[in-house]
Ligand binder design. Structure first.
Ligand code: ADP
Ligand code: MG
Length: 816
């Protein structure tokens, strides 16, 4: 228990896995918390002052259970035996591994196609500093940004672990302290050398992050991490609603044709962070264009690469297994071929990456000479160094060769000498080598055999000579293993020395893989190169929604155009019945813009896109019950944040906003939002506004920047046919009852609905929206109404309000 408490005290926030015999045991509150997460039974054992809760997992499968704890966001400390078993004295146990969700590098705990970010972030007087590190890929990025952009940046990174005040004391974020930590742990003497001179808050965050890594046993040295400072303004922040509405996950799945996990991670990173900087977009587009014509040899060459990036990290952290070193060697072997095919490229968007590949032939040769082709999965028992690689190791094996040969020949020799046909020579971990004779023959055992163990069916013996030879063999075995482990460590050091080259090579491969994946997708899906411009226009002809197109039958998707901005109209009010294709149209415009700014080709015959600084999408009547907000509240909160953050260069997509409340409320809000965007000098941005309130079409007459479009439907008697074609002009009716009929509502219900609609329209003919919205609450001059109007609702306590309500009711009787 003393050993246990020592481990627990050094990591009070972690769940301690404590080795006892063949199990890793977990005690006390740790056990209570961990058992349900791991899906094992919670037991207890007597202890001073009551019973001690505990649970355990078999020692050979602890990693699977640690994975479950990590995924649940817990930190795990492994406290293992460090002495060899056998002696009588107490075994020494020490913390051998600290695992946290954001610092793991083993494949068991990671998803191949996803980065695993550990983030440190803090804010001070309106500014924020952020540092993000993926230890498994060796990237460390930092930035300073406006505090209100921090949430979007965190959303983009979707970190596994976040270090932030108040859990981390604020003084640790001090930029000066961060500067010292960068110098001390990574040898970066001046923030300017990594472009961080203007990002002191980011440097402070990086300091916290590095200290945390160090504390958790991550090896940090010059070159072990690829450090860069980035400017968040170069990418478009996407909010949660937009990521959800545009279904980026599904878009990634449709687009992903990467051949390495590094490429898959990068492609995901690109989609979640469209660029705002024309030059970089052009570099990517140029590269995709060239690869679209010529990519076969490059893609062939990328296949055997695998996850060079994560293999390198595991080697640096001294956690790579011999098998992983073989994978690393195979990846390095494949580099010259990738370099050769990449070198044929001519666009700057490719040549810059091609030039970054370093083939590393010496390291490759060294790994090949050192490690056998098919080594065991774990290093512990040796057996992975190739004979001939190390004279010392060969010497150890040579010295014990005679003894091994003697033991190997013993069985045959003793059978002959004693005449016992079924005499056997065997080995087990407890007794070592022995001679075994079955019961019916034990009488024939020679005198010099020393009886050692009695079994049900026979006896086991030793001889002094066997003992002697055994000692030589076992001794040699121990020497061999420790020599092999020593050689493994020095190989890992050699890899660490080449870390910088491996890191930049891996980055270049990821870029080439991602670009070639975009090219492959562009060709297979029939996409074209967009023109990205620095104006406020948006013109797409024959655009398609990539996901809807993939879902409908081939050739059934109806393409549509959009033309905004340059002719003075910036806003489209799109009307049409339910199921006509409004949502599809809106999203396809947003997706085409997003794809173009990621550097991808787009699903359209042609697209001219004035660079967009942010895409906002708002969808009405969307429930977010998990967050505890009502439908309508979510809709309004999202709309508010959009109106506050948008700029003239933004693209706004509204899909049925205002639907989550009564018709008149909804219509009023929708109209007010359109007017506000149109009139505000701070906005006036490109906007698509889909609504089933066909009354809103009247706005186009009044607001010069607004035009109407509708999705065409064909009325065929009592029913309608959806053409999915977007044409100029507004819809004059909702076709709600037609759609209801189409959906199979009983014909009696449909007929009755028609009848009611007729009556309603007769009572209150359709008016211009302005009039409709001014619904009088009561005839003017009603004293009760004026009294209610005069109430200062915000100042009333609930009790006073109730009181007032009673008063009002009593007055009702006395009304004129
Ligand atoms: P709305 O928002 O007007 O109710 P949606 O955009 O949700 O309509 O579209 C409803 C369905 O119509 C889609 O799921 C899709 O199957 C089909 N659809 C929409 N647009 C098109 C199109 N351009 N071409 C073919 N089918 C389409
Ligand atoms: Mg819709």
């Amino acid at each position: 228990m003393r050993q246990y408490w020592a481990a627990k005290r050094s990591h009070p926030d972690a769940i301690v896995l404590f080795r006892l015999g063949d199990f890793f045991e977990i005690f006390f509150e740790d056990a209570v918390a961990a058992a349900p997460i791991m899906g094992v039974t919670l037991t207890s054992r007597p202890a001073t002052g009551g019973r001690m809760p505990m649970c355990g997992v078999p020692h050979h499968s602890w990693q699977a259970y640690a994975g479950k704890l990590l995924r649940a966001g817990r930190k795990v400390v492994v406290c293992d035996q460090v002495d060899a078993a056998g002696g009588k004295s107490l075994l020494r146990r020490e913390v051998t591994r600290v695992l946290t969700p954001g610092t793991v590098v083993e494949d068991e705990y990671l998803e191949p196609g996803k980065s695993n970010w550990l983030v440190a972030a803090w804010a001070r007087s309106g500014r924020a500093g952020l540092a993000a590190c993926d230890v498994s890929t060796g990237e460390l990025q930092m930035c300073e940004l406006a505090a209100e952009r921090l949430p979007a940046e965190l959303l983009r990174l979707s970190p596994s672990e976040v270090l932030t005040p108040p859990q981390i004391e604020e003084y640790r974020f001090d930029p000066e302290r961060g500067r010292r930590t960068l110098a001390e742990l990574l040898g970066i003497q001046y923030p300017a050398s990594i472009g961080a001179q203007a990002a002191p808050l980011g440097v402070g965050a990086a300091g916290v992050l590095l200290e945390y890594l160090k504390q958790n046993g991550i090896r940090l040295e010059v070159g072990t991490l690829r450090v860069r400072t980035y400017s968040p303004d170069q990418v478009m922040p996407l909010d949660g609603a937009t990521i959800r509405n545009l279904e980026l996950g599904a878009l990634f799945a449709l687009l992903d044709r990467t051949l390495t996990p590094m490429g898959a991670r990068l492609l995901r990173g690109w989609l979640w962070a469209p660029l705002c900087d024309l030059e970089t977009i052009e570099l990517r587009l140029g590269a995709v264009a060239e690869l679209r014509n010529e990519r076969e040899s490059l893609r062939q060459a990328l296949v055997p690469i695998g996850d060079l990036e994560r293999l390198t990290s595991r080697a640096i952290q001294a956690l790579a297994t011999p098998r992983e070193l073989v994978s690393l060697r195979r990846a390095i072997e494949a580099l010259p071929e990738v370099a050769r095919s990449a070198a044929q490229a001519s666009t700057p968007g490719l040549t810059r990456w091609a030039a970054m590949i370093e083939p590393l032939p010496e390291l490759c040769e060294q790994l090949k000479r050192a490690i056998v082709d098919d080594p065991p999965a774990v290093a512990r028992a040796g057996g992975f160094i190739r004979p001939g690689f190390d004279p010392a190791l060969d010497g150890i094996l040579e010295a014990s060769k005679e003894a091994r040969a003697w033991i190997a020949g013993l069985e045959a020799e003793e059978r002959q000498r004693t005449g016992i046909k079924n005499l056997k020579v065997g080995y087990n971990r407890v007794f070592g080598y022995y001679i075994e004779i079955a019961n019916q023959n034990t009488g024939l055992a020679p005198d010099h055999y020393i009886r050692k163990q009695t079994l049900a069916g026979g006896e086991r013996y030793l001889t002094p000579e066997l003992k002697e030879n055994e000692a030589i063999v076992l001794n040699a075995e121990q020497h061999r293993i420790s020599r092999e482990l020593e050689l493994l460590r020095s190989l890992l050091d050699e890899i660490t020395d080449a870390a910088a080259a491996l890191r930049s090579t891996a980055q270049a491969l990821a870029e080439l893989d991602t670009l070639s994946s975009l090219a492959e997708a562009a060709e297979e899906l029939g996409w074209t190169r967009p023109r990205v411009l620095s104006n406020l226009g948006l013109a797409i002809s024959a655009g398609r929604h990539p996901l809807v197109e993939a879902a409908v039958s081939v050739g059934d998707f109806v393409t549509n155009d959009v033309d905004l901005g340059l002719d003075g109209t910036r806003m489209v009010i799109l009307t049409g019945p339910n199921m006509a294709g409004k949502s599809t149209y809106l999203r396809q415009v947003a997706l085409i813009v997003l794809l173009a700014q990621c550097g991808s080709f787009v699903p359209a015959a042609s697209a001219e896109i004035g660079i967009v600084d942010r895409i906002f999408t708002r969808v009405g009547a969307h429930d977010d019950l998990a967050a505890g907000m009502s439908t309508f509240m979510v809709e309004m909160t999202e709309t508010a944040s959009m109106l506050n953050q948008a700029t003239p260069a933004s693209l706004l997509i509204f899909d049925e906003v205002g639907r989550g409340t009564s018709t008149y409320d909804g219509l009023s809000i929708a109209q007010a939002v359109v007017e506000y965007i149109h009139d505000s000098s701070r906005l006036g941005c490109r906007t698509l506004f889909a609504t089933h309130y066909h009354e809103l079409t009247a706005l186009a007459d009044r607001l010069p920047g607004v035009k109407n479009q509708r999705v065409e439907v064909l009325e065929e008697g009592d029913t309608v046919r959806f053409l999915h074609r977007v044409v100029p002009g507004g819809a004059d009716r909702s076709y709600g009852i037609h759609v209801a009929a189409l959906a199979g509502l009983p014909s009696a219900v449909v007929a009755r609905a028609r009848q009611i609609l007729g009556e309603l329209e007769a009572q209150r003919p359709l008016e211009a929206p302005e009039h409709q919205l001014g619904l009088p609450f009561a005839p003017p001059g009603d004293p009760l109404a004026s009294e209610i109007e005069a109430l200062e609702l915000d100042r009333l306590t609930p009790l006073e309000a109730l009181q007032k309500l009673y008063e009002i009711r009593s007055q009702l009787g006395r009304r004129p």
